[in-house]
Design a protein around this ligand. Sequence first.
Ligand SMILES: Cc1cc2nc3c(=O)[nH]c(=O)nc-3n(C[C@H](O)[C@H](O)[C@H](O)COP(=O)(O)OP(=O)(O)OC[C@H]3O[C@@H](n4cnc5c(N)ncnc54)[C@H](O)[C@@H]3O)c2cc1C
Ligand code: SF4
Ligand code: SF4
Ligand code: SF4
Length: 409
Amino acid sequence: MSSEGFRLLQRECINTGLCYECGLCAAVCPEKAIELKLYDWGRNPELVKECSCNSCTKCYDVCAAKIVPLAKMEKRFFGRNRNMDTVEKVGGVLRFVGTGCATDPEIRKIGVSGGVATSVMIYALEKGYFDGCVLAGWDPEKPYLAKAYVATSRKDVIACSGSKYQPHPQLLGIQEAYEMGLKKIAVSATPCHAQSLRKMMMNEDLQEISSIIKLVSCNFCAAHWALAGTKWLLKTWLNVEMEDVVEMNYRTGAFPGTMRLRTKDGVLHEKAFVRSGGVAALGRFTPEECRICLEKVGYAGDIVFGDTWCHPALPPNFDLFPPTEEDMKKDSRKREAAAKGLSAIIARSEFGLKLLKECREAGVIKMWENSPEETNAFLTGVAGEKPAWYAPWIEARKHRGMPVREYIL
Ligand SMILES: Cc1cc2nc3c(=O)[nH]c(=O)nc-3n(C[C@H](O)[C@H](O)[C@H](O)COP(=O)(O)OP(=O)(O)OC[C@H]3O[C@@H](n4cnc5c(N)ncnc54)[C@H](O)[C@@H]3O)c2cc1C
Ligand code: SF4
Ligand code: SF4
Ligand code: SF4
């Protein structure tokens, strides 16, 4: 009898507050011995039975919560390492940096920013690049809980659009896709989850499940907020009990978005999310794993999507100060940004870039490349935020002899 792998994982990643609840340890466990138990602050990976394999360390091997082998990942998945003398030092490997939006009005309306993430998944499914996409949906039994969803149709992908700002074991969806017999999938993941995913894909013993993953789509990420934060926000802002929610959307409608939910009694509740200070209010519910995270721009994603905060030409205050007709004539991005908001777009791998270009050529998305000056200003701004916020927190942990996440470049 041995649970050595799990004990190591527990000692180094779980009990130290580094675990970001991706669920991959549970997904790769050959004995199905790990479950992510739900508490109001989030989920905790726990052993639900002793594992009988003697020398297994699979759960420990895939976890990137403590050590993130960035240089190895870049070389393996993007064909080269970032150039430390350019903006790639903070932005990661860059094949394309720009902005875009969906051309389909339905997707444009429901996408959290420009709807590009949703459009690309639908295009790639319909073209046969993938037979399924592991996206983030809602638990049908508890529709206020984010849950991985294996989307196999346009309808499914649309149902999963929008950002789920709460931790959930998104990578359990890979196990589900594998057990469904899917052979080529895309996975949508936060930057931390994508790092564990890449660690698994580099592990020779896990090639059977890894080989079905053809694309990793990431989002920019300031934090996910503990479930207790969502519960508190709903009660404080809208006087709604979280358990009464039957439909939930953190950010929808005009940029930068309105929180919209429906309760069991059929009533619709709404409140501007960003403009009412939702992000700031939820800050106190930022979990420990995010306070030691220096990764904002999805270093491990083939493609990465974000908002246009920090973009020098597309400030996010277009809803308050719309551009003039002349501005919009000169720069068509501004017309789109004023209409709804745009998705910031990064491509890191050749396949990621090919797919985006195909979507543009097929008329599924509009996409504009940044000028080099815009890319420098944008990525320096976005990627510079976390070191500024979290360096003191990280130093304090080190001072107390506690481990922090190590990025190996
Ligand atoms: C936790 C979190 C934090 C974020 N923080 C920032 C930030 O600080 N700055 C910033 O510029 N942008 C941030 N984003 C990204 C932003 O909210 C949008 O996701 C992004 O701009 C893409 O917009 P879109 O309209 O193209 O996406 P959409 O077309 O609406 O599609 C979004 C896709 O992401 C998937 N998804 C949603 N939530 C998750 C999740 N938790 N894990 C995995 N997949 C998910 C959905 O299933 C969908 O397929 C964050 C996103 C998340 C999920
Ligand atoms: S970060 Fe993921 S792989 Fe690591 S312990 Fe947590 S759930 Fe498991
Ligand atoms: S992956 Fe291996 S070591 Fe980890 S819990 Fe499962 S059987 Fe045990
Ligand atoms: S801030 Fe970092 S650890 Fe937290 S969800 Fe985002 S990528 Fe993961």
